[in-house]
Design a protein around this ligand. Structure first.
Ligand SMILES: Nc1ncnc2c1ncn2[C@@H]1O[C@H](COP(=O)(O)OP(=O)(O)O)[C@@H](O)[C@H]1O
Ligand SMILES: [Mg+2]
Length: 342
């Protein structure tokens, strides 16, 4: 197949996306596909859209091109009006399917998906509306509440919300404060008391104007891939120190991942059902990865559904797939096949 792997973009998870995109592209090429990598925002000048799929293509060379052209990135971002880089949409129109290697805003939030839908271009993963709902943690909470998906108590707060204190929403300390549309734990802060809470709000508002505040769940952390509404084996996430923050997510060896997770059968079934319910509730019918916490009493809480979860060979979803006998390249192909069938 002719496949365009989109990566990069302008979100806070740009760096992670370059790794996801290049790994996916290499894996698809190893399977014999005519897969090419392109930064959705930077694009690539001087390429021949007609010929590129049949020419030699080097992922490393493309990464070098991206790096060289990213030097003045913030400036380019400020000046540019059109999000899509040169030749990006032309390449998307010319391929059989786009593999969405993007993470975060303008990638995971449905906007790119909506543009591709309007152009009649196939792409991997959730549709535009489901992506948008899943990206927005406050909207997700409303939908989870309506469908009885277990989740932590919480509320939305913006800079102009009159009453911001957790007590007025029936929450007790400790609480967690996080950007409404964030990812990779960027801008997530915990607070044990009102002083720390004011501090956390200020720090989180530096990332976004809308935040979500939740009661802090103390216990174990898991993540569960849901592919075509079937749960993959549960993975437990055990950071050596602290919580599952940015560093613990991406620094090699900082977190121990155990898959299948060591939980009793009843808890496993309950958690997997919660994850599938979360996916169904948001309409994530191709694939997603649901983050789940379990408290000391064994209650589980769905934090969010990630519509474009990390896709390097050591990312959580590929680790789960391995347990059911799908290697990394096979998983990449599987996600393409189920998306093509939609
Ligand atoms: N209510 C909560 N209680 C305890 N820890 C939480 C809570 N919400 C988030 N966290 C911690 O913060 C991390 C990131 O939160 P999450 O809602 O998944 O946002 P992100 O989109 O940044 O991954 C989680 O993986 C978890 O470790
Ligand atoms: Mg998460």
């Amino acid at each position: 197949m002719k496949i365009v792997v989109l990566c990069g973009g302008t979100s806070t998870e740009r760096a992670v996306s370059l790794v996801t995109g290049s790994d996916v592209c290499r894996a698809l090429r190893s399977k014999g596909h005519k897969a090419i990598l392109i930064d959705v925002f930077l694009g690539h000048k001087d390429i021949d859209v007609e010929k590129i799929f049949d020419e030699e293509f080097s992922v490393d060379e493309e990464l070098k091109y991206i790096e060289e052209n990213s030097k003045d990135f913030d400036n380019i971002k400020k000046k540019r009006r059109n999000f899509f880089g040169e030749n990006v949409l032309e390449l998307c129109k010319a391929c059989d399917i786009v593999f969405m290697g993007l993470h975060g805003a303008c990638g995971e939030d449905g906007k790119v998906q909506a543009a591709l839908e309007l152009m009649g271009v196939k792409y991997t993963g959730a549709n535009a509306l489901s992506s948008a709902m899943a990206m927005d943690k406050a909207v997700t909470k409303k939908i989870f509440a309506a469908d009885n998906v277990p989740m932590a108590k919480g509320f939305k707060v913006s800079k102009d919300t009159a009453e911001k204190m957790p007590e007025s929403y029936g929450l007790k300390y400790p609480v967690v404060v996080k950007p409404n549309c964030g990812g990779s734990s960027i801008g997530v802060y915990f607070a044990e008391n009102s002083q720390e809470y004011e501090d956390a709000l200020e720090r989180a508002f530096a990332y976004e104007d809308v935040l979500v505040v939740e009661e802090k769940i103390t216990g174990r952390e898991f993540s569960i891939g849901v592919v075509e509404y079937e749960a993959y084996p549960i993975i437990e996430i055990i950071p050596n120190e602290g919580f599952y923050d940015y560093e613990n997510k991406y620094k090699p060896g900082a977190t121990k991942d155990v898959c299948p997770a060591e939980v009793d059968e009843e808890s496993a079934v309950r958690m997997q059902k919660a994850a599938v319910d979360a996916a169904k509730s948001l309409g994530l019918d191709t694939y997603c990865r649901v983050d789940v916490l379990m408290d000391k009493e064994g209650n589980c809480y769905c934090l969010e559904a990630n519509t474009l979860p990390g896709m390097t060979p050591t990312s959580l979803l590929p680790q789960e797939a391995k347990v059911i006998g799908l290697d990394y390249a096979e998983l990449c192909e599987h996600l393409i096949n189920i998306s093509l069938n939609k």
